[in-house]
Write a protein that binds this ligand. Structure first.
Ligand code: G3P
Ligand code: MG
Length: 276
């Protein structure tokens, strides 16, 4: 069985300040890195910036995400550019900064986090009327993101927990797209069908047969999921990239299950222990 592609989560957030140029370039330097995963949302002016949390004072292991405060979408770009990440000298980059720093030998998985609003429908199927409304909510931001990515020659894969983002992307670009699954595998599979997505991104504990009982992501409990998302997606010709491996055992179990890609917090999880 082919080994899964390694997708560096926020630029291997386990070893570098997440979603920064430092993380991106370190991830790109590793020869196992097939893609770099980053989170994007708009600054106050609409410019796509690379940061995960809606608020600058989000917390990681008890430490503030940045030395600034407030909503990203209300913060001027100049201020975001000087916000230091996790007590380091690294700052919040724009999407354009990351695209410039990353060689085109490494693909980019751009996760569309929010369109400048927080009234999102995460992981849910939208009804007919909602679909058009949400698509329009996302569209201006998605257009900015796609415009920034235009000159990038590497592989591009857009993902989102929000159906509206996938709907908007399908209107403005031909690039690959994947719904991120939150707590409803059937909804994720249906969104993938609606927009004929190239891939689907379920949480790792939703992959049948992985026996991953320790950490529970999203709305999934321990034990076997009711739907075999891997089988269902593969039967429809879609790739399955699971999020997020934080150790080698999780990586190995996902690889043995047959996923196509693994979004990983650490580099080297795919290697022998002597090489990690
Ligand atoms: O794209 C996979 C993963 O990044 C989704 O979760 O919260 O780390 O963005 P999160
Ligand atoms: Mg992400």
């Amino acid at each position: 069985m082919a080994r899964p592609a390694v997708i560096a989560h926020r630029g291997y957030a386990g070893i570098a300040p997440e979603n920064t140029i430092e993380a991106a370039t370190r991830a790109a330097d590793r020869d196992e890195t097939a893609m770099l995963e980053i989170d994007v949302q708009p600054a106050a002016c609409g410019t796509p910036v690379v940061v995960h949390d809606e608020r600058l004072e989000g917390v990681r292991d008890g430490r503030p995400l940045t030395d600034a405060a407030g909503l990203v979408r209300e913060t001027p770009l100049a201020e975001l550019r000087t916000a230091r990440v996790l007590g380091t000298d690294a700052t919040i980059p724009t999407l354009a900064d990351v695209l410039e720093a990353v060689p085109e030998t490494v693909g980019l998985n751009v996760e569309l986090k929010n369109p400048g609003r927080s009234d999102l429908r995460v992981g849910e199927l939208l009804s007919g009327n909602e679909r058009a409304e949400r698509r329009e909510v996302w569209r201006p931001f998605v257009e900015r993101v796609v415009a920034d990515c235009e000159g990038f020659g590497g592989e591009l894969l857009f993902s989102s927990f929000c159906e509206g983002a996938i709907a908007a992307l399908r209107e403005v670009a031909d690039d690959a797209a994947a719904p991120l699954v939150w707590d409803d595998l059937e909804a994720g599979l249906e969104i993938a069908r609606r927009y004929d997505c190239e891939a689907i991104h379920p949480p790792r504990n939703a992959i049948a047969g992985t026996e991953l009982a320790e950490t529970v992501y999203a709305g999934f409990s321990t034990g076997e999921p009711e739907i075999d998302v891997l089988e269902a997606a593969h039967a429809e010709g879609r790739a399955v990239n699971a999020w997020t491996a934080t150790n080698w055992l999780q990586f190995e179990q996902l690889a043995a299950a047959g996923v196509d890609g693994i979004i990983a917090d650490y580099p080297g999880l795919d290697r022998d222990s002597s090489e990690r």
